[in-house]
Design a protein around this ligand. Sequence first.
Ligand SMILES: [Zn+2]
Length: 506
Amino acid sequence: MSPPFAGPGFDLFAAPIAGKPLRPHQERAIAMLRGSLGKGLKRVVCQMPTGAGKTRTAAEMVSGALGKGKRVAFTVPAISLVDQTVAAFESEGIGAIGVIQANHARTDGRQPVQVVSVQSLAKRQRPAADLVIVDECHLRFEAVSRWIADAPGTTFVGLSATPWARGLADDWQDLIVPVRTGELIDAGLLSPFRVFAPSHPDMTGVKLNRAGDYDETQSGEVMGGLVADVVTTWLERARGFPTLVFAVNRPHAAQLVQQFADAGVMMGYCDAHVDLIERQFLFARMKRGDLAGIVNIGTLTTGVDADVRCVVLARPTRSEMLFVQMIGRGLRTAPGKQTCTILDHADNHARLGFVTDIHHDRLLSGREKSKATAKERGEPMPKECGSCGTLKPAKVRACPSCGFEPTRQSDIEVEDGELVEIGRGLPLDASPKHDREAKQRFWSMAQHVDAGRGKGGRLAKALYRAKFGVWPAGLDPSPIPPDAGFLAYERSRRIAYAKSQQRRAT
Ligand SMILES: [Zn+2]
């Protein structure tokens, strides 16, 4: 073991501070950071998952630097976060704070700690600082990159729950991972979660955008075919749980809000145009029970401090960062909360695995190619329990939720490259061997019935999925009149649905 302070880096953390004791993983974060800086590195990213106590840990870094007579800048990703950051530091016992922002009451350049938004940083002079802490550094702010380039002697510490963006290695030299989400769950600091994957949208042919994620318009169209399924599943699995629904885009979110309203469930709506005050109001309404939940478009991935007990993933993504951030919103612990129910309608788990399995031990440079998903890399993926429908870890036979151990017949089989669920209340003929012709015939009859009832394709899709366990893909939509077998099947589904509605009503 080399001594921790060997090398040219100065010791930022010499002074012990009063206040709440650090948790073991927070101690570890400080020790690992000290070790990295001790090797002479100047720009270190510290991965702190949601729930790890990022503010407490950052306050420890700040206090340590102040104790050595150093000046500290803390950058936040949005002007709206300046005040809450100041308040958070003050509650950790750090008072000598100035703010860099036009006309802000806390403007005071003499204070040794300066809080600055990246927007202000882009426009105004940088505060003099020996240590710069960059919050949410995975967002790769240009103003920060320029600062890093201009100040090779300054120490920068990046904080992020998901420091996996391409290009981070171009600015930063080291990644430390003092704790992982699974450990925080085991320690009771985060809520356990349970995943259901009720839908399997067909994403074949959906283009990828420049960031390597699904094109929004196209995935919005695919997911638009599943709104009824989202609502039905929520009623069955999560009614009464304060819920965040992640939608693809505005039209898709509007469809979801409407579909919930049609089922008598009031959901709020949030996008980038909804300001902080309105957001707080939405959360207050959810807390009171006036809203069952909030449908949002990518806006509620950070800074949500509410009691959320269900997360609905109606947004397909290939981004581990977005995926982890969405799920993270449901992992806060709360009195009486046993678990967070995750309804993944977007096959994100089938693509990326469980959030607790996502791990990277180094930063990515900008030259590295877009990453393949865990599934594309051929890693073993979670499987659905044939009895209760919970997703269980790869290679685990007995279901952790219900104890059910599958026989081969009731396990998930792979057909046409898609997960096919079997068991769980599906009709008897949902065996994995349906030939193409039978599927086409069923689909054409479903089209006929759907058109006759003016369902706009939703009924046909729902029937097809109920029958075969997958969404229709690559079939000819020409209708043919239904035969007696089809009509009997359709009728049985309607009766099952009505019964499930009755059960809910009583
Ligand atoms: Zn089970």
